[in-house]
Design a protein around this ligand. Structure first.
Ligand SMILES: [Zn+2]
Length: 255
């Protein structure tokens, strides 16, 4: 069985011994493919450190997170766009719009999102979208930018069935994480109505920890609890869920 964590910030752990333990726990739970998005300039080196240490398991993506979009976003984004050097990247992300924490830079967030979509298209790469309290704003940009090259993952999906269908109609996959294990979130009612061929799994570690570790820091090895919950909801074996969602991730990332 091979499980793929399509979104993890595992690189925040920089102690190499602890990092090796984290990777070992992933391996013990069959989570052997991890996709790592930076969030800003400072986290670029952390991402490449981890992918260099575990090249068979860890794959980098680059982007400017909407929460890191400030007045100087263009400079920050240029630095990130030039930061990959000889490293191959597998997606542009995470990018998008976040109006939960701060609405001050909404127009800058939209401009940065569009510029990074253009960047992804020029590299023929998928995008990984972060969207919080901004579904309509994100959707409008995607609808405007839609063409044969625009594709990717709507990370940490937690919306309605109608929103899920709109995202799927644009050719995007839904990233399903710890929220699926939260009883009051309601995502468990919606998900079984969506074909598994549109789903990829993720932890977003160290955030959004699934039950039974909710309240503690998340780690990629906990993807197993998300996969178990998804298997239970679809009444399929965890092996089938692993197989389909890993194939989906290969479709998106080309690896
Ligand atoms: Zn993230």
């Amino acid at each position: 069985m091979v499980l793929t964590d399509t979104h993890t910030h595992l690189y925040y752990e920089t102690d190499s011994t602890k990092r090796a333990e984290l990777m070992q726990r992933c391996n013990n739970n069959s989570i052997t493919r991890l996709f790592l998005p930076n969030v800003d300039t400072n986290s670029v080196a952390q991402v490449f450190d981890l992918t260099a240490a575990y090249p068979a398991n860890c794959f980098p993506m680059l982007g400017l997170h909407p929460c890191s979009v400030k007045a100087d976003w263009e400079e920050e984004l240029n630095t990130i766009m030039n930061a990959h050097g000889d490293n191959k990247i597998y997606a542009v992300g995470e990018i998008g719009i976040d109006l939960y924490w701060d609405k001050t830079f909404l127009s800058e967030q939209i401009l940065a999102f569009k510029k990074q979509i253009a960047w992804a298209k020029s590299l023929k790469l998928p995008i990984v979208i972060h969207c919080r309290d901004a579904f309509d704003e994100v959707y409008n940009v995607l609808a405007e930018e839609q063409d044969d090259d625009l594709r990717g993952i709507f990370h940490c999906f937690g919306g309605t069935l109608e929103q899920a269908e709109k995202v799927i109609a644009l050719g995007f996959y839904l990233g399903i994480g710890g929220i699926i294990t939260y009883k009051n979130a309601g995502l468990d009612k919606i998900l079984p109505q969506i074909d598994l061929k549109h789903i990829v799994l993720e932890t977003d570690s160290p955030y959004l920890t699934p039950v039974p570790y909710r309240g503690k820091p998340n780690e990629s090895s906990y993807l197993i609890y998300i996969a178990q919950k998804v298997a239970e909801l679809y009444q399929k074996s965890i092996e089938t869920v692993a197989d389909i969602t890993t194939q989906n991730s290969i479709q998106v990332f080309g690896v």
